[in-house]
Design a binder for this molecule. Structure first.
Ligand code: BJW
Length: 233
């Protein structure tokens, strides 16, 4: 049974594009210079840990030079002002939602500023480079890796996300191509449970046809306008 004021928002790389972080697919995308199978699978990590760790070290370092944009800020304002639950589920591994002030944020694909122990599963805050073989403070194993969900691994927080989708009255997808599951399937889950659905993206995504409404343009314009209208009632 949907809660008439519960909102679930899914964000992807497009929301951080105007902050200067590259998206994944398309021209100038993050993976144009890297083959996805070279950097984004557990097999690639096992084959060439130095390459994978360096890729994420560079992206972690890049966070210092970027800031949240108007879209991140508008979502933080929505969370502060909306009289019901607002859950932000992000596929992004940057920390721009938190830096904008959002508090209810689930990073389903992991986080750049986090390390994961492949031996004991400990997750810990990590800034700076993470060389292969870094030692886990919990189990002393030399097994720390970037805390990133690779293809073939199970995304974080799926139970909480599915529960929130099942009671949301509105599901909004922002800045994602709809190319990667399970996130690409959230719109169908939310619809099946009775939520209204809205896409805000630069262009139609792979899943546009599943949404009740789609608005296309840059997130820094679409998201503040949508939040203003929602809060105005
Ligand atoms: C703007 C804009 C602006 C630009 N304003 N918009 C066959 C069929 C179906 C599924 C599978 C299959 N074979 C394998 C699978 C599963 C697989 C999968 O989906 N593969 C696909 C390739 C088909 N998925 C998995 O393996 C996942 N795990 C899994 O399924 O486990 C099983 C399981 C699930 C649930 C319960 C139990 C078991 C894991 C997926 C991990 C994805 N990891 C990555 C890397 C993270 C680390 C990193 O950052 O390096 O996550 S892949 C990459 O894609 C990254 C992103 O989070 C993710 C999504 O990309 P995103 O955010 O959509 O970015 P783009 O670039 O694709 O799109 C940007 C959009 O923004 C575009 O549309 C632009 O137009 C737009 N845009 N500027 C607004 N200014």
């Amino acid at each position: 049974m949907p809660d008439s004021r519960a909102i679930v928002i899914l964000t992807g790389a497009g929301i951080s594009a105007e902050s200067g972080l590259a998206t994944f697919r398309g021209p100038g995308g993050l993976w144009e210079g890297h083959r996805v199978e070279d950097v984004c699978t557990p097999e690639a990590l096992a084959r060439d840990p130095a390459l994978v760790h360096r890729f994420y070290d560079l992206r972690r370092a890049a966070l210092a030079g970027v800031a949240p944009n108007a879209a991140h800020e508008a979502l933080a304002r929505l969370e502060r002002s909306w009289p019901g639950d607002v859950l932000l589920v992000t596929q992004n591994v940057d920390d721009l939602h938190e830096r904008a002030g959002s508090q209810a944020v689930l990073h389903m694909h992991g986080a750049l500023r986090s390390a994961l122990c492949a031996a004991c599963g400990e997750r810990l805050r990590w800034d700076g480079p993470l060389p292969p073989g870094s030692v886990c403070p919990a189990c002393a194993g030399p097994a720390l890796r970037p805390d990133i969900v690779f293809f073939g691994e199970i995304p974080y927080e799926m139970d909480r996300i599915e529960q929130a989708l099942s009671r949301a009255s509105l599901f909004v997808s922002i800045g994602t191509s709809g190319a990667v599951y399970p996130a690409a399937g959230f719109v169908r889950m939310a619809r099946a449970c009775g939520a209204g659905t809205l896409e805000l993206n630069l262009e139609p995504s792979a899943g546009s046809g599943w949404f009740d409404e789609c608005r296309h343009g840059p997130a820094s314009q679409l998201v503040p306008a949508w939040v203003d209208a929602l809060l105005a009632g």
